[in-house]
Structures are given as C-alpha cells and as structure tokens.
Design a protein around this ligand. Structure first.
Ligand code: ADP
Ligand code: MG
Length: 561
C-alpha cells in the first residue's frame, strides 16, 4: 500500500467493524449523513435493503434479530429519521429482540449549544429511555469500541434494542490505517450462557412433581432461545399439558397431543402449578391474576432476566438462566417417573379441548357471504397447511385475534405478530425481515388498518422481488366499516378500497377475492409463484368487534350508550 492510501475514514471503519463482527445485512432509508456509508456497505458486498420509512426498516432489523439471535442492524439519518427508527427500537426492546439502531447525527458543538443545526437533536439522550443502552462515538478511533459495545449490549442477557450515535464529523474524519486496524475488534461470545444453579432446578422439579394440575407455558423467549429439541423433550418427558404464547406457536407443532391451546381459559383457571418458560406475566396473561387465573396457583419461572421474577405474582421457584441451559439442566436432573401429572387432570383437559373444538367447528366451517374473519382465516389456513416452511406475519385487531387461534403452526419461530405491545404496523417490516433472513416465502395476514401503517413497503417488496404474499382483510375500517353513505367516522376507512391495485403499480400481482375458495387459491398461488402478491380479501364490514378480543381494555365514556 502506498503512503497516500495509508489512511482510512469513519465510513470505512464502520463498514469494516460491522463486517468483522459478521454483520452482512443493513435495513435502512438513505439520506444525510449516511448516504455514502450505505453506498460503501453496498459496494463492499453487504446486503443493504432500502425502505420507504425508517420504522419499517427498524421492524425488519428487529425481527431479523429475533430469528437469528444476532442483532439486526438498522441505519437512519438524523433527527426525524432517527425518531422514526426509534419506534421500532423501542418495540424491539419491549419484545426482547436484539437490534442495533445506528443513526448519523449533526455537528456536536452546534447541537449541544442549540445553535440550530440541520436536523438538530441530542439523539443519544433521546434514545436512552427507549433502549437497553445508548452510546455515542465521538472520535473515529472509538468506532470499533462503539460497535462492540452495541453488539454485546443488544445480544447478552435479556436481548433488546441498542442505539449507536455516529456524528457526521466522525464518519468524515480520517485515521492512519495501522491505528485504524488496531481500533477494530471482533466480539467474543456476544450472548454468554447463563447456567442455572442446581438448587433452582431441584426446587422447580420438586414443585412440579407435587402438582395435581400442572401446566407449562411457553413464551417467545423460549422460541428465541433456539432450544427446540430440548424444550420438546422436556414437555414430552414430563407429559404436562402446555400452552404456547402466540409467537411460541410451532415450538411444538400446534396439533401436538399435549397442547392445551384449545382449552386455554380452562387450564389458566384451574392449573395449580404453572411453569413459565420465557413468558412474562404481563397483560397478555392477565398479569397472572384472578378471575382468569386460579388465585392459588404456584409458579415456576424460567427466565434470563432476574428482575422479571416476582413482577406480578410471587414466584416460588425461579430459575434464572438462559432457556437452552435450563432445559439441558432439567433433562439431566429429572429422575424417571419423578414428574407424572395425575390422569384426572389430563383427561379433564382433553375433555375441555374436545368441547371447545366442537363449539368452534360450526363457526369455522360456515361459509357466509361476504366472508367473515373465521371463514377467511380457514381459507388461509387451508392454503398454508401443506407449507409449514412459510413464515406467517399477522397483525390487526380481529385479524390478529382470530388468526392466533385459527392458524396452526408446525415450525418454531414461524409466527411473527404484534407481540408484547400489541402494536399495529409491524407487518411489512417483519415480512421483509423474515424473507431476507430466511429466503423462504412469507404470508402476511393484515387488517386493512394495520396495513395502512406500513403499506408503502410493498414497493420495497416488489423492488427486491421478495416472496411475500400480503393478504389484506378488508372490512373497510378499524374494527369494522362505516355504513355506506354517511360521513367518515373516526374508525372508518375508504369503503371497498382496492388494495390489490396498489401492488400492480410496482409490477406485483394483485388479486381481489370475495369467496373463501378464491382466497385459498390466491394464497396458494402467491406462495407457489414466489412473486410479490397482494390479495384484497373482502370481509363483511359488520364482522369485526371493537379491539378484537381485548374490548375490555377500552374504557367506555359515561355518555356512551
Ligand atoms: P410472550 O409474549 O411470548 O409471553 P414475553 O416477551 O413476555 O413472551 O417473555 C419473553 C421472556 O423471555 C422475557 O422475560 C425474556 O427475559 C426471556 N428471554 C428471552 N430470551 C431468553 C433466553 N435465551 N433464555 C431465557 N429467557 C429468555
Ligand atoms: Mg379492518
């Protein structure tokens, strides 16, 4: 190398530092001051996916983190672009997904004296309350440290979102090549194993062995841990009924004999010992409290985050560990015949399951015109039944709630949905993230309202020719549609919109369907073709209920009749 070339700059160091740590993909929207950074990453062979809005790029990075256990990387421009990405970073943190948001920022000396710079903002401070950690690199020689700290913080312990601030001046400054090389390093053991104490394992097994009505509850932490074989072996060796939280569906196939999903309310109300595995007792589980739960339930909780223990109900047997290590320890410590759930409990669960399945069958097998949520989801389910490899993204109110119950999953980490916040708008970002990480087809089942938050990304899907089939459950509104002819209400959307036409503008395949048979066929063809497809599925505007299954969270005005 000649003397003139013996320097490098911040742009090169960021790309080299990321590549050194195995990062091969960036989700982003280009602009000042990161445009050249993205160009460089692109020419250096990284996969750079350009989105239309930073929130969707961030959601793609977050779900990539969930699927791979490596932080997904999102890059944004300063202030407004950063804030857009911050929504996704906060959502990643809330869901315990590893992600790093890297944003360019304006001149420090101007920002800090509030002298009015282009896109002026103290982004590091703004990110702090919404992220697991928030760092800024102020000197070019610290880029390597910044990347390493961000990766460690995002991946270790309970994973989460980390913000890394890169001022434009740092990107543009230079460093001698020899010093630059030394300033980068490769992270060793980004998510170290957390081994449970043997006392905690014995305590948990003892409690489980005394249970009259035990239940195992699998959450998305268990799915994230990629301990699929051991989780299944543990469930099967104990013979205990289990319930999957929505993103843990498929960890064991939903048609597994021990699944208590069809008897959910019954087992939550009656179980006397519940073992939580990577699931929090938050609102999605009614905080573990009556009337949903038995007031006398005793709890075992397996979680990597010690501070999660005792968050809502007393935990009699905490097991603080990563789930892979915990499951291995349980399997090693369990004595033959030690855990044997009473036959009476197992048969009562089976009986309740049968009753509920029969009750649901009538609604599920009906074929009304226009379609309702159940019949349309049955059609989608039929199309998916022969393709367990397909990733399912699901959001909406009714579309989500019915989807969670009706769509069976057979593979781990193949259901990606609104998650811990119950957020809307993750759909297209998650779809792009899942497609780019896995190379597999994705079917995104979207309420028409949820789609509105991220719908422009169908252009991104078409541009990169991703195998994503988007199904819009179009009932003309949030929860339900307006009566035709009246002025728009706060929850109404454009009547009889043809979302299928949108994708045609970008060369994708648009389908408009009104019948279940056509919907099933359109989904099957979308998957088989591998082409970006958008299916406008007409749902009865009167079919939805307010907030889906969580109507009870909506306070009613005293004046509301
Ligand atoms: P769900 O919504 O499916 O109930 P939550 O997001 O509420 O799941 O809970 C996931 C839990 O899993 C979090 O408390 C988190 O700390 C924990 N967790 C995440 N990864 C791991 C892991 N590898 N090992 C153990 N626990 C984990
Ligand atoms: Mg709707």
């Amino acid at each position: 190398m000649d003397a003139a070339a013996a320097i490098t700059d911040g742009f090169h160091l960021v790309v080299d530092g990321l590549k050194l740590n195995g990062v091969d993909t960036i989700y982003t929207v280009a602009g000042i001051p990161i445009t050249d950074l993205l160009r460089l990453a692109h020419t250096e062979g990284m996969r750079v996916y350009g989105f239309r809005h930073e929130q969707n790029a961030g959601n793609a990075a977050a779900i990539a983190g969930f699927l791979t256990q490596k932080p997904g990387i999102c890059m944004t421009v300063s202030a407004p672009g950063f804030l857009n990405g911050l929504v996704a970073l906060a959502n990643a943190t809330t869901n315990c997904f590893p992600m790093v948001l890297i944003s360019g920022s304006s001149e420090r000396h101007i920002v800090d004296l509030e002298q009015g710079d282009y896109e002026e903002m103290d982004q590091m401070a703004a990110a702090k309350p919404f992220a697991k950690a928030s760092y800024r690199v102020n000197r070019i020689e610290d880029i390597g440290v910044g990347i390493a700290r961000a990766i460690h913080a995002a991946s270790s312990g309970r994973p989460g979102g980390v913000y890394l601030d890169l001022p434009a001046a740092v990107l543009g400054s230079t460093l001698e090549l020899s010093a630059a090389k030394k300033s980068l390093f490769k992270v060793v053991d980004a998510s170290p194993a957390s081994i449970p104490s043997s006392e905690s394992i014995t305590r948990a097994l003892n409690l489980l062995s005394k249970a009259e009505k035990p239940l195992i509850l699998l959450g998305k932490g268990a799915a994230y841990a990629q301990a699929d074989k051991d989780v299944r072996a543990f469930v099967e060796k104990t013979g205990i009924p289990y319930l999957p939280m929505s993103m843990a569906k498929g960890l064991l196939p939903d048609d597994h004999a021990q699944s208590a999903a069809a008897a959910r309310s019954f087992v939550l109300k009656n179980a006397d010992v519940v073992m939580l595995v990577g699931a929090r007792l938050n609102w999605l589980l009614s905080h573990g409290k009556p009337p949903t739960w038995n007031p006398n339930t005793r709890f075992i909780q397996v979680d990597i985050a010690a501070h999660e223990i005792d968050s809502n109900r007393p935990i009699e047997a905490p097991v603080v560990a990563d789930i892979k290590s915990a499951m291995a320890a349980f399997l090693a410590a369990m004595k033959p015949g030690q855990i044997k759930p009473p036959a009476a409990w197992l048969s009562s669960v089976t009986e309740q399951k049968q009753k509920n399945v029969e009750k649901m069958a009538a609604r599920l097998n009906a074929d009304p015109t226009p379609m309702n949520f159940s019949s349309a989801l049955r059609a989608v389910r039929s199309a998916l039944s022969s393709r367990p490899d397909v990733y399912v993204v699901n959001e909406g109110a009714n579309t989500l709630d019915f989807g969670r119950n009706i769509l069976d999953m057979k593979e781990p980490r193949h259901r990606l949905d609104s998650g811990t916040w119950g957020v809307m708008g993750i759909g297209m970002g998650y779809a792009v993230g899942a497609a780019t990480v896995s190379g597999k087809p994705v079917v995104a089942i979207e309420g028409d309202s949820a789609f509105g938050f991220c719908g422009m990304e169908i252009e991104t899907i078409c541009r990169y020719k991703l195998p994503v089939t988007t199904v819009i459950f179009n009932n003309n509104g949030i929860y339900r549609g307006d009566t035709p002819g009246i002025a728009p209400t706060p929850t109404g959307l454009y009547n009889n919109a043809r979302y299928d036409k949108m994708i045609e503008a970008f060369g994708g395949v648009g389908r408009h369907v009104e019948k279940t048979a056509d919907l099933q066929q359109a989904v099957s063809e979308g998957i088989a073709s591998g082409k970006p497809t958008l299916i406008n599925a007409v749902i009865d505007p009167q079919a939805g209920t307010e907030s889906g299954h969580i109507t009870n969270l909506n306070p009613k005005s005293a004046l509301h009749k």
